[in-house]
Write a protein that binds this ligand. Structure first.
Ligand SMILES: Cc1cc2nc3c(=O)[nH]c(=O)nc-3n(C[C@H](O)[C@H](O)[C@H](O)COP(=O)(O)OP(=O)(O)OC[C@H]3O[C@@H](n4cnc5c(N)ncnc54)[C@H](O)[C@@H]3O)c2cc1C
Length: 497
C-alpha cells in the first residue's frame, strides 16, 4: 500500500535530498520578468510554532544554521563595507559542498532568498540580505595542489591566503592585491590586478569548479562547459554557489619594480594635464606593467609596476613625467616578492565607504568633455578619490574572450570612484557628489562598467556589466536556478516563459 509521508518527514526528506530533483529544459523567451525577492518569513514562523526549534526539521553535520540570537551570528554577519549592513534570517555556515546543497534545499523549501558570502568584500553588500539566507563559505579554506601547475582553492580562501600558499612555490594566479578580498567573488566577476596585463584576468586561469545550483544539485564544471563560460566574469551570485575553483598557476616574478610619483596640492588644470600624460605613458608600457592614476582630493599619486625587469624601456616612456610631480621614485626593485606584494594589501578592517566603477575607457578622448567637472567635484569634496587603472595587454587575448562572459576586453582602462567617511555627518554630501559624478559620466556616454565594482544606482546594470552577453547569461540562469532562489539586487534575472 502506498503511504503518504507526514509533513515533518516530507520536509526532512526534501531538505536532506531524499527527493531527486531534475533540471528542466530552458524554454525562455527573451522578455524579462521583473522579480523581487519572495519573502517566506510567515511560512517559516508558522512552522516554527509547531516545533521547539527549527533544528527539529533540520539535522545536519555539514552545515550550521545560525539565527540572530546565536553567538556566532554577529561576527559572521560583518561585511567589509559598513555602509550597507544587512540582517539575514539565517546564516548557513557550511562545512563542505554537501552542507551547501542541504542549505539550498532548506532555503528553497522555506522560500528564503539565498545570497552567498565568500570574502564579504562586495562594494554594495550583495553577499548578504535582509530576511533571507546567507550561505557563508568562510570555513572552506582548503588549498590543494593537483600538480605543480594546478591548484584547487576552497571558496573561503582570501587573496592573502592565496599569495601565502603560492609564492613559496614560486607561483601566482593573476588576481587582485587587497588581502581580504575573496578569491571566489573576485574570479567570478573577472578579477584584475598587477599581473593581468601579463597573464589575463583571474577568471582566465580558471580551469574547473564545483557548483551547487539553485536546486541543490552538486555539479562538477569543466573548462569547456557553457556554465564555465558564464562563471568567468558572470558568476557572482547568479546561478549557484561555487564551493571550489581549480586554477592554472603561473610563474611568480623574480623581481618586482615600482615607479612611484607624488604631487601634493595641485591645481585642477594640472590634475587634468597629468591625467592626459598618464594615458600617453600607459599606452606605451609593456604588458609586464600595471599603472594607476589616483587623484585624492587635490593630491595625486601615479604608480607604475613591472614584473619583468624592463626598467630601461620604462624609464624612456616615463621621461620628463617625474619633473612635473613633486617626487619621483623610479626603478625601486624588490626581489622579496611576498614583501613587495604586501605593500598593496590595503586596510583589512571593515570601513564606511562607497566605491563603484566610473566607466571603462579607450583613452582620454572618452572623458575629455566631462573631466573638468569631475575633477572639480573631487577637489571640492575631501574624501572622494578618482582612480584610473590599466587593463589591456593579455586581457585582450581572443582565446580568453571566447571562453568567458567578461564582455569588456577591448577597453584598456578601468576607472573607479571611491568615497570614504568615518564621520556619519560626511556621508550625505559625499554620496551626493559621488552620484553627481556618476551622472556626469553617464551623460557623456560612458556606459560600460566592471561587475566587481557594482553601483546600486546603475540603471542599466545588465548591459553595463555584461554587454551583449546578458541574454546568454539569462538562459543559463533559467537552466541552473529556474526558481530564482539565488538572488541579490543585481543578479541575472530570469526571462519570462
Ligand atoms: C578593498 C577592496 C579591494 C579590491 N581590489 C580588487 C582588485 O584588485 N581587483 C579586482 O578585480 N577587484 C577588486 N575588488 C572588488 C572585488 O573583486 C569584489 O568586491 C569581489 O566580488 C569580492 O569578492 P568576495 O568574495 O570578497 O566578496 P563577497 O562579498 O563575498 O561576494 C561578492 C559577490 O560575489 C558573489 N559570490 C561570492 N562568492 C560566491 C560563490 N562562492 N559562488 C557564487 N557567487 C559568489 C556574491 O553573490 C556577491 O555578489 C576589491 C574590493 C575591495 C572591497
Amino acid at each position: 500500500m502506498k503511504t503518504t509521508p507526514d509533513r515533518r518527514t516530507f520536509i526532512r526528506n526534501v531538505i536532506l535530498g531524499g527527493f531527486s530533483l531534475y533540471l528542466p529544459a530552458c524554454k525562455n523567451s527573451p522578455k524579462e520578468i521583473k522579480q523581487e525577492p519572495t519573502s517566506a518569513i510567515d511560512t517559516i514562523e508558522n512552522i516554527e510554532k509547531t516545533v521547539e526549534t527549527i533544528d527539529e526539521y533540520f539535522k545536519s553535520e555539514q552545515v550550521v544554521l545560525l539565527r540572530k540570537a546565536d553567538e556566532q551570528y554577529t561576527n559572521l554577519n560583518i561585511g567589509f563595507n559598513k555602509r550597507v549592513p544587512k540582517n539575514p534570517k539565517i546564516i548557513a555556515l557550511c562545512k563542505n559542498v554537501k552542507g551547501i546543497s542541504e542549505a539550498i534545499k532548506y532555503a528553497k523549501f522555506f522560500k528564503l532568498q539565498v545570497c552567498i558570502k565568500s570574502g564579504g568584500h562586495s562594494f554594495e553588500g550583495f553577499s548578504s540580505n535582509d530576511g533571507g539566507m546567507c550561505i557563508n563559505l568562510s570555513l572552506l579554506k582548503d588549498i590543494e595542489w593537483i600538480n605543480e601547475e594546478t591548484v584547487k582553492l576552497g571558496s573561503g580562501v582570501i587573496l592573502k591566503e592565496v599569495y601565502n600558499a603560492l609564492l613559496p612555490k614560486g607561483k601566482i594566479i593573476p588576481s587582485g592585491s587587497c588581502a581580504g578580498v575573496g578569491v571566489a567573488g573576485l574570479t567570478l566577476g573577472g578579477g584584475y590586478g598587477l599581473f593581468s596585463r601579463a597573464y589575463g584576468l583571474t577568471c582566465d586561469s580558471l580551469k574547473e569548479l564545483t557548483m551547487v545550483d539553485g536546486e541543490g544539485n552538486i555539479l562538477s564544471v569543466k573548462s569547456d562547459d557553457e556554465l564555465m563560460w558564464a562563471c568567468r566574469g558572470g558568476g557572482n551570485g547568479n546561478f549557484g554557489v561555487i564551493s571550489d575553483m581549480t586554477f592554472r598557476v603561473h610563474q611568480a616574478p623574480k623581481i618586482f619594480t615600482r615607479h612611484l610619483f607624488k604631487a601634493k596640492n595641485i591645481t585642477q588644470e594640472k590634475a587634468i594635464s597629468l591625467l592626459k600624460d598618464w594615458f600617453n605613458i600607459t599606452a606605451q608600457l609593456p604588458n609586464s606593467c600595471f599603472g594607476a592614476y589616483v587623484l585624492n582630493h587635490n593630491d595625486l599619486t601615479v604608480l607604475v609596476t613591472d614584473i619583468d625587469d624592463k626598467t630601461e624601456e620604462i624609464r624612456t616612456v616615463l621621461e620628463g613625467f617625474g619633473e612635473k610631480m613633486d617626487s619621483a621614485n623610479i626603478g625601486r626593485k624588490e626581489t622579496d616578492i611576498p614583501r613587495a606584494l604586501r605593500r598593496y594589501y590595503g586596510i583589512q578592517t571593515p570601513l564606511f565607504f562607497k566605491n563603484a566603477c566610473a566607466g571603462l575607457y579607450n583613452g582620454f578622448g572618452d572623458i575629455e568633455n566631462c573631466i573638468e567637472s569631475v575633477v572639480e567635484q573631487v577637489f571640492n569634496n575631501r574624501g572622494l578619490i578618482y582612480q584610473v587603472n590599466t587593463l589591456g595587454g593579455n586581457i585582450q587575448n581572443p582565446e580568453f574572450e571566447k571562453a568567458s562572459a567578461y564582455p569588456h576586453r577591448a577597453y584598456p582602462y578601468l576607472s573607479e570612484l571611491q568615497a570614504y567617511y568615518d564621520k556619519p555627518e560626511r556621508k550625505a554630501s559625499l554620496l551626493a557628489a559621488f552620484q553627481e559624478i556618476q551622472e556626469t559620466f553617464t551623460n557623456n556616454g560612458l556606459s560600460a562598467h566592471y561587475r566587481n565594482y557594482p553601483d546600486i544606482n546603475f540603471e542599466n546594470w545588465q548591459s553595463a556589466y555584461y554587454g551583449k552577453n546578458y541574454a546568454r547569461l539569462q538562459k543559463i540562469k533559467g537552466k541552473y536556478d529556474p526558481d530564482n532562489v539565488i538572488w541579490h539586487p543585481q543578479s541575472i534575472r530570469l526571462v519570462s516563459k
